[in-house]
Design a protein around this ligand. Sequence first.
Ligand SMILES: [Zn+2]
Length: 255
Amino acid sequence: MKVLSNMLFSICLLPLVSACGGTSSGTQNADNGNAPENQEKQSVLENSAEKRSAKLLYMGHGSLRITTAEGKVIYIDPFAGNEKMYSPAADLILVTHNHFDHTQTDKIKNRNADCQIITWKEALKDGKHQSFDLEYARIEAVEAGYNKNHDVKECVGYIITLSDGKTVYVSGDTSKTRQMPQLAEKNIDYAFFCADGTYNMDLDEAAECARLVKAKHNIPYHIISKQGVFFDRKRAEQFNAPDRLIIDEGEEIEL
Ligand SMILES: [Zn+2]
């Protein structure tokens, strides 16, 4: 019996997108009900949510937090940032690759019951980049790698399309990819390019990538290789890309 229960446990760990909370997604809250007054409350909430914009907090290095208009919280590559920044309950955690400066998911202690985690393992299956349609966002994995520290088979970037149509691209750790010219078709609103020049492409190559991707706003991130320093404004100002946007460590912008 023990063997059987171990097997069942292993199978439970297999789903493509694993739940990182205590209960499975799609579980209806019994208190929610379908009474007309509850439905009305729900639609009022939805209407007010439509008027809010999504927000993006840059926590330093490659770490971001997006709060959608619906109030869903997405963490990307948890590593830099303080306890307070990681305190809002997570609905989704995205991880681009298996290096310690991207995988500190333990910093996210507060997670909603149906919180999901998508890593490079789920995002890149049999050499194919995957997409995930969630109620509040579409997550599309794209190529990343192409340098000696980052294998294209084990790294991804993500394009996150929010319910209001706004798109955010995070390059992950990478040099120029073959796919970048095709990303221009996606009319990306905010594109983050790594540019440390030690582990990944440098500021010049990152600017070249920005010219290929043609996003409305080009943001340098993951720009230093010094331990314990998560952003360098002076280096960011050397990012010579069109439509450059510099977001300081700890700054939150409206999308
Ligand atoms: Zn990194």
